[in-house]
Design a binder for this molecule. Structure first.
Ligand SMILES: C[S@@+](CC[C@H](N)C(=O)[O-])C[C@H]1O[C@@H](n2cnc3c(N)ncnc32)[C@H](O)[C@@H]1O
Length: 232
């Protein structure tokens, strides 16, 4: 398949047709990592975690550095395949992956300590209501969601990104106002190293306008503001 210059924020196309680009994007190093900061907010040590929307497995593997056991749940077959290959290759025993939907989790009531959704990015946002009900059903302890803070879609290039419905305010309202989650903002810088790498991963996802900007400014680092939401 010949690759377009950008998928212009069509994450569904990214997950289905370019899981290797998602993998390169998610593996570009973050400092400090979301997981270092999360472990300072919620005690993850020794816990069993269902990581919903596991993607190519980056979040599940990172959580497993702290947790006792992680089950990654993912509905897109192409993403799940990459995640499964990764654990086989690494021989990671405490991480398994399951095909499943965030809105009807394939797990029994109170069957894990924690449920996480790490940038699960459900669309349309009303789907978070079902995810929250399901997460609270399955978790003995907290349901944790990490999303993008309102006004930070695409990180510090929010204002450059065009042609996408920005839904983070609506997501924020569902977690905080409707379901009374606690929350805390965290920052992380993602260093791509070269303009070529940022253009072919971040630029490929976020659009041609962004690619023009990255090249013009020789920008290779993205600053992100994430919001950690949690509820017992
Ligand atoms: C932005 S990626 C995050 C992946 C991973 N958590 C990480 O941090 O790298 C979102 C993932 O959630 C998955 N996803 C979206 N909606 C889903 C649903 N209803 N059920 C299960 N997975 C879903 C997508 O297929 C995608 O792999």
């Amino acid at each position: 398949m010949s690759r377009p210059e950008s998928i212009e924020n069509r994450w569904d196309i990214l997950y289905r047709d370019y899981p290797e680009v998602y993998e390169a994007f998610s593996n570009t190093p973050y400092h400090p990592t979301v997981y270092e900061q999360l472990s300072g907010i919620i005690d993850l040590r020794g816990k069993s975690i269902a990581d919903v929307g596991a993607g190519t497995g980056s979040s599940s593997l990172a959580l497993a550095q702290y947790a006792g056991k992680v089950i990654g749940i993912e509905r897109e077959a192409a993403m799940l395949r990459q995640a499964q290959e990764k654990v086989q290759g690494d021989g990671v025993r405490r991480v398994t992956f399951l095909s499943g939907d965030a809105l009807t989790l394939p797990l029994a009531d109170n069957s894990v300590d924690l449920v996480t959704g790490i940038t699960l990015a459900l669309y349309p946002p009303k789907q978070y209501r079902d995810f929250i009900r399901e997460g609270l059903r399955v978790a003995k302890g907290s349901l944790i969601y990490i999303g993008i803070s309102p006004g930070w879609y695409g990180g510090d290039l929010y204002d450059v990104i065009e042609g996408v419905e920005k839904v983070d305010d609506e997501v924020d309202h569902i977690f905080i106002e409707e379901f009374q989650f606690a929350f805390q903002d965290i920052f992380s810088n993602q260093a791509y190293g070269t303009v070529e790498h940022i253009v072919s991963t971040y630029g490929f996802i976020f659009g041609k306008k962004v690619i023009e900007y990255l090249k013009r400014e020789s920008k290779t680092t993205i600053r992100w503001k994430f919001r950690v939401y949690w509820r017992e």
